[in-house]
Design a protein around this ligand. Structure first.
Ligand SMILES: *Cc1c(COP(=O)(O)O)cnc(C)c1O
Length: 349
């Protein structure tokens, strides 16, 4: 890492240079797509993806009712309207069976989110998109390296966004993101959009953004990317240990993976009817846990203008009230997993 840092420092070239170019090539190869375009963060990746597809005011985009709010914000940023669809409560991912009922004449795109690292049921989602002439923009911020029926997430949609926020499976040392696509024309347009709408310096063809991946972050991500498959294996090993040590605890629901999907376990999320009591019990035992996410987007003040009352998306609300993210990182040892499991098992009834 320090070697990469020194290389960028000594180059005196900090924005849009060789490091980002090489990282884009390497990430595209990793993701089995033709092009990756580095941008400033995951939200920008999703926003620019929608923008380059021409989605804007008057358009509707299908989003999951339970996701990190960034998915919805990207839709709002381009002036379109997010239309929520409930998840499958077993996987927490968008339920393809519920999409068609939410379509209108204004629907332009579907944004599946591979939540917690599990690939969505992409065959059904792509079939619906094809049938109704809709675009697909994957939010792959949490699932780099996940697969549905042999195909990597981030390679299904026409244009897809991912994040390298430090806590993500592939994390930079600051904000960073990328867009993945197989379309040369869209990739070229995205390179222009992220750089002030300019192809030739000081000549601007479109009203663009300043959303570039820094050379330093590109160089650091190049060091980390080759390790990602190993880190994913380690995460999956931790999940397997959790599965063994947490088996048979009454009232505790473990993450389940849909047939055909893999999970790269960005998070290991369990559900429990007395979630808050369980979290406090674990905290008292020195085990810190997190809640992803306590308030679904439709109940956020930011979206009060959409007038979506409590009870409108009951599955998302139930998942938000019961979810708990247990400690999970690549290299976590089985003894540690066992200790967390023992603490959960000792929750008084
Ligand atoms: C992290 C995340 C984003 C946004 O990424 P940033 O780099 O933080 O902007 C978008 N969607 C999901 C599902 C995320 O987890």
């Amino acid at each position: 890492m320090t070697e990469a840092f020194a290389r960028v420092y000594d180059s005196h070239w900090y924005v849009l240079g060789q490091e980002v170019k090489r990282f884009e090539e390497e990430y595209a190869a990793f993701n089995h797509v033709e092009y990756a375009v580095g941008v400033a963060n995951g939200l920008d990746a999703l926003t620019l993806a929608l923008r380059v597809l021409g989605i804007g005011p008057g358009d509707e985009v299908i989003v999951p009712s339970n996701t990190y709010i960034a998915t919805w914000l990207a839709v709002t940023q381009v002036g379109a309207t997010p239309v929520a669809v409930e998840p499958d409560p077993i996987t927490s991912n968008l339920n393809p069976k519920l999409i068609e009922a939410a379509l209108t004449t204004r629907t332009r795109a579907i944004m599946p989110v591979h939540l917690y690292g599990q690939a969505c049921r992409m065959r059904e989602i792509m079939a619906i998109a094809h049938r109704y002439g809709l675009q697909v923009v994957e939010d792959n911020a949490q699932a780099q390296g996940a697969v549905f029926e042999g195909q990597l997430t981030g390679s299904f949609g026409a244009v897809n966004g991912t994040s390298f926020y430090p806590g993500k499976n592939l994390g930079a040392l600051g904000d960073a993101g990328a867009i993945t696509t197989n379309d040369a024309d869209l990739a070229q347009k995205l390179q222009v959009l992220r750089n002030y709408g300019s192809q030739q310096k000081y000549y601007n063809s479109v009203v663009g953004y300043n959303s570039r991946l820094d050379e330093l972050q590109g160089a650091l991500l190049r060091v980390k990317l080759p390790h990602l498959p190993t880190w994913t294996d380690l995460r999956q090993q931790v999940a397997a240990w959790y599965g063994q040590h947490l088996a048979g605890i009454e009232g505790l629901h473990l993450p389940r993976t849909a047939p055909g999907a893999t999970n790269v376990y960005h998070l290991y999320v369990v559900h429990h009817g007395r979630r808050d009591a369980l979290q406090q019990h674990l905290a008292a035992a020195g085990i810190s846990t997190m809640i992803h996410y306590p308030v679904p987007p439709h109940r956020q003040q930011a979206y009060a203008s959409l007038n979506l009352p409590a009870g409108r998306f009951p599955i998302a609300e139930e998942l938000a009230a019961t979810c708990l993210s247990l400690p999970m990182w690549p290299g976590m040892q089985e003894a540690h997993v066992a200790a967390v499991a023992a603490a959960i098992r000792s929750l008084p009834r």
